[in-house]
Every structure is written in structure tokens, then in C-alpha cells.
Write a protein that binds this ligand. Structure first.
Ligand code: PHE
Length: 336
């Protein structure tokens, strides 16, 4: 009896190891494990054994049955797993699924175009830090301490002498401290003002500064450069005017206006019925500023200008709420 049990164990193990399909597995199950299979038959034979042998042989049989069932279950899960890896290979000739592509943010597009136009006139790009000293942001730009001109720009102070820059003009100072004339640079970047957020003002926005210093630079160079810019950025026949204004760091100073491109000067909501849109501030660099960076004011003159990117972009695209540039709503962004 013991010998028969060992034979059946060996045959079962051998046959199971050759199984490679579900139907072969099922045949092994019927042959050995089913109620009337070979292992079941051994249990029938157990009954006719002498009582003294029953316990030992019975234990052998129970072990065989349990181990055979375990080996069978293992085989079944191995088969199931290998079926998973035998799935048909992906069809590499299928067309790909289109992925949604993003677009450049309208502010980036506006910046890029302004940079491109000035690059065409020989300006290179310089950048400076958003955290500035009071000296670079105000003092060197001819804003005396306690001068009311500082109130033009509400400032976030970090400490007594360190602040978030309120304009990109401090990059003029850094640029001139770094190099001797001629200087012909534009300086884009983010600026900060401590103002209540509304449709018309933000606590953080972008400017592009421009600076040109050399021998014999005049106000006509300023006008010629900015008019050339406006013709390229808006249209070749854009109407423009310069109106005197005040900045501590330029003298004389002028705001540049272009005729409203929505109403062509007739008056509308966009230009607040003035027919004109202010697009930038500019002027001849104040001699104090040149002296502060150690330039010889007998030899050199220069002009500077600064424009707000959000303002330029909102005018161009007719956007009446500046906050939309920062909401990151793709329904808005997708339109550019
Ligand atoms: N810095 C000025 C502003 O923020 C703009 C400006 C720059 C004016 C350069 C003149 C020259 O309003």
C-alpha cells in the first residue's frame, strides 16, 4: 500500500509538471483529484486494511491529498499569470492619441515680441533681482530720502534698506555699474506694488525697461526709437504723441500715447473716451543718475523708458480685467 501511494505521488508530480494548458490541467484533476480519481481510490482501499496499519497509512494518504491539491493550485495560478504576459503585442502601426498642447502665456508672447523688436534695433537683454536695495530702487535713481516722489509707488519693504522692486529701473543702475558706455539694453522683469488688487491694478506685474547711453544721445533718438517700436508693435501708420510728465530719474520726461486702435481716436470705453492710450513712460536719463554710477556727464547722455506688460497686453487684446492674466483659466489662455 505504501508503495502504491509513493507511485501515485511520483506519477502525479510528473504529469502535473508537463501540463501547459487549461485542458491538460483539467485532465490531471479528473485523473487524480476528482472524487473517483486515483487518490480517492486509495482512500477506498484504506478501509480494507488491518486496523493496526490504518492510522499510519491514513496519515500518508492525507498528506498526499493535501500536497497534491496544493501543487495543483500552484500550477493553476502559474498558468493564469503566464496567460497575462502572452497578451497580443501592441499594434505599433496604430496612429497615436493626440495630446493637448499648451500655448505661451499672453504675457510671455507680448514680452517676446517686444524683445524681438528692440533686439532688431541693437538692444540686448539684461535682468536684475526682484529683491532690491533702497539705494538701487530709489536713491541712485534720484529719489531723495523722504521725497514725496517715493509715494508714487507704494512699496513692500523687507527691511529698512531692502524691498521688493517697484519698477525695473534699478536694473538701469546695475547695468551701468557693470559696464561703461555705450549701453543699449532692455530689462524685462516682475515688479511689486503695495496696492489693493482690482481689475485695473495688481500687487505684482511686469515691466520692460529700456536704456541707451552713449555720446550724443538726444531726445530725437528717444522719439525715433519709440516710434519705430510702436510702428512695428501696433501698426505702421499708428498715430502717437508725447506728453510732458515727471520722473525723478529722467529730465525731461514724457509719456508716450498712441491713438486708440479700437475707436481710431473717436472715443470709446477702452481709451476712456480720450481717443488716446498711454503706453509707456520715458525721458532723458537725469545727470544725477549718470553721476551716481560714475559716468562722465560731459561726455555721455542717454534715454530710458519703461512700459507695463500687463497694460500693453490688455490694450492689445482688449482685456478689461488684469486679474485674468493670473487666474490660469485655460478657457482664457487657449484664446492666444
Ligand atoms: N519706472 C517708471 C515707472 O515704473 C517708468 C519709466 C522708466 C519712466 C524709465 C522713465 C524712464 O513708472
Amino acid at each position: 500500500m505504501t508503495e502504491r501511494i509513493e507511485n501515485i505521488r511520483r506519477e502525479f508530480t510528473e504529469e502535473l509538471s508537463r501540463v501547459s494548458s487549461d485542458s491538460e490541467l483539467e485532465q490531471v484533476r479528473i485523473k487524480y483529484l476528482a472524487r473517483n480519481g486515483l487518490i480517492g481510490a486509495l482512500f477506498d482501499d484504506l478501509r480494507s486494511l488491518p486496523a493496526a496499519e490504518k492510522p499510519a497509512v491514513g496519515k500518508m494518504l492525507n498528506d498526499l491529498k493535501r500536497q497534491a491539491q496544493q501543487a495543483f493550485d500552484d500550477k493553476r495560478s502559474t498558468l493564469e499569470q503566464s496567460r497575462g504576459s502572452r497578451e497580443p503585442a501592441p499594434d505599433l502601426t496604430l496612429p497615436g492619441r493626440p495630446r493637448p498642447t499648451g500655448t505661451k502665456h499672453p504675457l510671455t508672447q507680448t514680452m517676446d515680441e517686444i524683445k524681438r523688436i528692440f533686439a532688431g534695433m541693437g538692444f540686448s537683454v539684461a535682468i536684475g533681482p526682484e529683491i532690491e536695495t533702497d539705494y538701487n530702487n530709489f536713491e541712485a535713481l534720484n529719489f531723495p530720502k523722504d521725497h514725496p516722489a517715493r509715494d508714487m509707488q507704494d512699496t513692500f519693504f523687507i527691511s529698512k534698506n531692502v524691498l521688493l522692486r517697484t519698477h525695473t529701473s534699478p536694473v538701469q543702475i546695475r547695468t551701468m555699474q557693470r559696464q561703461k558706455p555705450p549701453v543699449r539694453e532692455i530689462m524685462p522683469g516682475r515688479v511689486y506694488r503695495n496696492e489693493a488688487v482690482s481689475a485695473r491694478s495688481l500687487v505684482s506685474f511686469h515691466q520692460i525697461e529700456g536704456l541707451y547711453v552713449d555720446r550724443g544721445v538726444t531726445f530725437s533718438d528717444l522719439k525715433g526709437t519709440l516710434v519705430a517700436f510702436a510702428r512695428q508693435f501696433y501698426s505702421i501708420d499708428v498715430k502717437y504723441k508725447f506728453r510732458p510728465t515727471f520722473f525723478p530719474f529722467t529730465e525731461p520726461s514724457a509719456d508716450m500715447y498712441i491713438s486708440c486702435f479700437l475707436c481710431a481716436g473717436g472715443g470709446c470705453r477702452m481709451c476712456k473716451f480720450a481717443g488716446w492710450l498711454e503706453i509707456l513712460g520715458s525721458g532723458m536719463v537725469h545727470p544725477h543718475v549718470l553721476q551716481n554710477v560714475g559716468y562722465d556727464t560731459e561726455k555721455y547722455t542717454g534715454f530710458a523708458f519703461g512700459m507695463g506688460i500687463e497694460r500693453i497686453a490688455s490694450l492689445r487684446y482688449g482685456i478689461d480685467d488684469l486679474r485674468m492674466f493670473y487666474d490660469n483659466d485655460v478657457r482664457f489662455l487657449r484664446q492666444f
